[in-house]
Design a protein. Structure first.
Length: 122
């Protein structure tokens, strides 16, 4: 077992040195920018846009009506669209924004794009 651990350690060191070793540099500006972005939202509009450009226009009009700023991310499929807010929000602020967005007559549904994990039943 000890020999296996030493071999594994040696392989790990070899891979690390082949990849350039560990870096102690500060994070690059692009990685800092990604971390500073806000949450992603999944929005379904009542009238399904014909394509991505129509969806972008509809979502831009929605953002303007609600005086929000977001970045169009992508189509999720099934009439759902992903947008990203520019700054992080607390859970309460996020819930308030989702309620505002969901109250708009053009919106079928709005929810946060969050990782869901199933739990075994007791």
């Amino acid at each position: 077992m000890k020999r296996f651990s030493l071999i594994l350690c040696g392989v790990s060191l070899g891979i690390a040195s082949a990849l350039g070793g560990c870096s102690t540099q500060a994070a690059s500006p692009s990685s800092q920018q990604v971390a500073a972005n806000g949450p992603k939202l999944i929005i379904q509009l009542r009238s399904a846009p014909s394509d991505a450009s129509a969806a972008q226009a509809a979502l831009a009009a929605l953002a303007q009506r609600l005086q929000l700023s977001w970045q169009f991310e992508r189509e999720l499929g099934g009439g759902f669209w992903v947008v990203q807010l520019p700054q992080p929000l607390s859970q309460d602020a996020l819930n308030a924004q989702l309620a505002r967005i969901g109250a708009d007559p053009a919106v079928q549904s709005a929810e946060a794009d969050q990782l869901q994990q199933t739990q075994p039943a007791p």
